[in-house]
Design a protein around this ligand. Structure first.
Ligand code: C2E
Ligand code: CA
Ligand code: CA
Length: 479
């Protein structure tokens, strides 16, 4: 019991010691920033080991960083701490403790090259500045040398001591390019090494927040998703509001991650756009949707058109119209059966390029719908300049249609606007009969939403098309 208490007490002492060390290091950083230690070389030495003092080490590190920056050199700061030194000092006496520190200092110095610097910033701590490194592997070899050099027993005053320690490493410039941060980061790597066990070294690695980390993992997986065939499409029917006939299907992308299951396109499409993958993914979607449409035609149950979402990044890609045309040709898809959904935001970017591309697509016979309409800020003048055949009322307005006056006003305005510009209008996200009735009574042309069908697997979409009573959706529309 006594032993347990003692161990706890030792741990608490160590923790408070560590806190003090962090404060000292932070203090040293602030002092060093304010002091002239960067310009005038301090010349004090540790009286016990004869090693340079911390200020001197800091000065040398700063000097080396200056030239390393110019010459693209690799450096490292090692922060080493002996295990159980206090215990030895307390039990075997201070003179043994002092001799032990001198021996350890000598062994550590033996691992270094002539231009490297060793110092003792604290009682049982040593810092090393390693220069002329070839890289991280080279630093790791020297770290191994440090532990090997300590592995031979140290004989002092008839006591044979085997010393263990932990080592934290921060590389320049990956870990930091500032002397104070190199030291601090090496120290935090030391704490990590201590947690990992005896005679362990740990490289400082800039911490990623959990969201950054999961984003990074997702990015890596996304890069391989196409080749691993993890993408698939769903098709959501679009209906004529008057007759209930299925007139279109919107292709919606799905990513089945091997560990995480289905990931929403709202989550991964923005990442694909940012890391430059959307072009390849978008082309895959288009090719797949065209193939599906042609297959539906062969089975005698194709909708009049298939709608495919085109990201703003794709719209502004070089020669996008001819790439799309190539895919249509390769798959045997009639351009008049293709509708591209482009968000309102995409129209607002790079006006001249957008209008030229949309005109090219329009000339091929492809129809253009503006997705998420009402969420951007396109002016009427703008809209009338583009060859747009349809506006798609964003589902945020549709879902609040019968409960929020503002959404109702905006939806009505969009319908009137589309009609006055000679365009059709479709409402997406229709979930209730009341929303459908409202849209019908305000002359919206088409509807899409869970009220009629969720996005369907390719075969289910064919089945849906084939069985919808006389091509109308029973129960919702009068037969
Ligand atoms: P979007 O183009 O506005 O697609 C409509 C979204 O609303 C789809 O979500 C659809 O499943 C969902 N939805 C349809 N009906 C209802 C309904 O009644 N209620 C509700 N609450 N939601 C409904 P999804 O499939 O998760 O797609 C989300 C977004 O991801 C799409 O929004 C689109 O911006 C993007 N996306 C999907 N597929 C592609 C693609 O192939 N390429 C590009 N660039 N973007 C895509
Ligand atoms: Ca869409
Ligand atoms: Ca939308």
């Amino acid at each position: 019991m006594n032993d347990i208490r003692k161990t706890r007490q030792q741990m608490l002492t160590e923790i408070s010691g560590l806190r003090k060390r962090i404060e000292q290091l932070e203090g040293a950083t602030v002092r060093s920033e304010n002091s002239d230690s960067q310009t005038i070389k301090p010349s004090r030495f540790d009286s016990l080991t004869g090693l340079p003092e911390r200020a001197s080490f800091f000065y040398s590190l700063n000097q080396v960083i200056k030239t390393a920056h110019q010459e693209d050199d690799r450096l490292a700061v090692f922060f080493f701490c002996l295990d159980r030194f206090k215990l030895i000092n307390d039990t075997l006496g201070h003179s043994v403790g002092d001799m032990l520190l001198k021996t350890v200092a000598g062994r550590l110095a033996g691992c270094l090259s002539p231009n490297d610097v060793l110092c003792r910033p604290g009682r049982d701590e040593f810092m090393m500045m390693l220069t002329d490194l070839r890289g991280r592997d080279h630093a790791a070899l020297i770290a191994e040398d440090v532990f090997t050099s300590l592995s031979a027993p140290i004989v002092l005053d008839r006591h044979e001591l085997v010393m263990n320690g932990s080592l934290g490493i921060c590389m320049y410039p990956d870990g930091s390019d500032k002397a104070e941060l190199l030291i601090q980061n090496a120290y935090s790597a030391l704490q990590q090494a201590r947690e990992e066990g005896k005679n362990t070294y740990h490289f400082y690695c800039p911490k990623l927040s959990s969201t950054e980390f999961s984003r990074l993992l997702l990015e890596n997986d996304l890069r391989q998703a196409l080749t691993r065939a993890e993408f698939s499409l769903r098709y959501q029917p679009q209906l004529d509001i008057g007759s209930g006939r299925i007139i279109g299907m919107e292709a919606l992308l799905r990513w089945e991650h091997p560990d995480l299951g289905f990931i929403s396109p709202d989550e991964f499409i923005p990442i694909a756009e940012q890391i430059g993958l959307i072009g390849g993914i978008g082309e895959w979607v288009l090719r797949e949707a065209c193939r599906h449409h042609v297959r539906c035609l062969e089975l005698g149950c194709a909708p009049s058109r298939t709608a495919v979402n085109l990201s703003p990044f794709q719209l502004h890609q070089e020669e996008i119209a001819s790439r799309i045309f190539d895919i249509l040709k390769q798959t045997g898809m009639n351009p008049h059966h293709l509708e591209l959904e482009i968000t309102e935001g995409a129209l607002l970017k790079d006006y001249n390029l957008t209008i030229a591309t949309l005109n090219e697509l329009h000339d091929l016979g492809i129809q253009i719908a503006v997705d998420d309409f009402g969420t951007g800020y396109s002016s009427l003048a703008y809209l009338s300049m583009f060859p747009i055949s349809k506006l798609k009322i964003d589902k945020s307005f549709v879902s609040a249609l019968t409960t929020d006056q503002r959404s109702e006003t905006i939806s009505r305005a969009i319908i009137n606007l589309a009609h006055s510009l000679g365009m059709q209008v479709i409402a997406e996200g229709v979930e209730t009969q009341e929303q459908l009735e409202y849209l019908r009574s305000h002359n919206c042309n088409e509807v899409q939403g869970f009220l009629f069908a969720r996005p369907l697997l390719p075969d289910d979409s064919i089945h849906f098309m084939a069985t919808a009573t006389q091509q109308t959706v029973s129960g919702v529309f009068p037969g």
